[in-house]
Design a protein around this ligand. Structure first.
Ligand code: FES
Length: 122
């Protein structure tokens, strides 16, 4: 009979402190934090924070700096791909590649933890 054993394929998800609490964006704003070579865009919408990769998965345009937020979506300022801020999912091309999204734990420091990757769009 087979015994349970730890899965050798388990991958630890990335997690790191990205900023101090007071550095978080104000209401309706976005801000980029760069940690471990990752650019993470944090958006504040109706008092809640959402974090996704900052660079559009199509051609690396900054979503926080050059994108347009509409509700819980952000539209790339270059070719208008649209992503969910809640999940990083592509809602409209030209790209099919989802963004990584992050859970945020907010104390005196803000810790971002990468969520499990979504399957490719469409
Ligand atoms: S760079 Fe974002 S859609 Fe092309």
């Amino acid at each position: 009979m087979a015994k349970d054993k730890p899965c050798a394929d388990a991958i630890a998800l990335w997690s790191a402190d990205i900023c101090r609490r007071e550095e978080m964006p104000g209401e309706g704003r976005a801000r980029v934090f760069t940690v471990d070579g990752r650019r993470i865009a944090v958006f504040r919408v109706e008092g809640l924070f959402y974090a996704v990769d900052d660079f559009c998965s199509h051609a690396q345009s900054s979503l926080a700096e050059d994108g347009h937020r509409c509700g819980l979506f952000v539209e790339c300022g270059l070719h208008r791909a649209r992503f969910s801020l809640e999940s990083g999912k592509v809602m409209r091309g030209p790209t099919r590649k989802n963004l990584r999204s992050y859970d945020l734990a907010i104390g005196s420091m803000v810790t971002a933890t990468e969520r499990d990757a979504l399957p490719a769009g469409r």
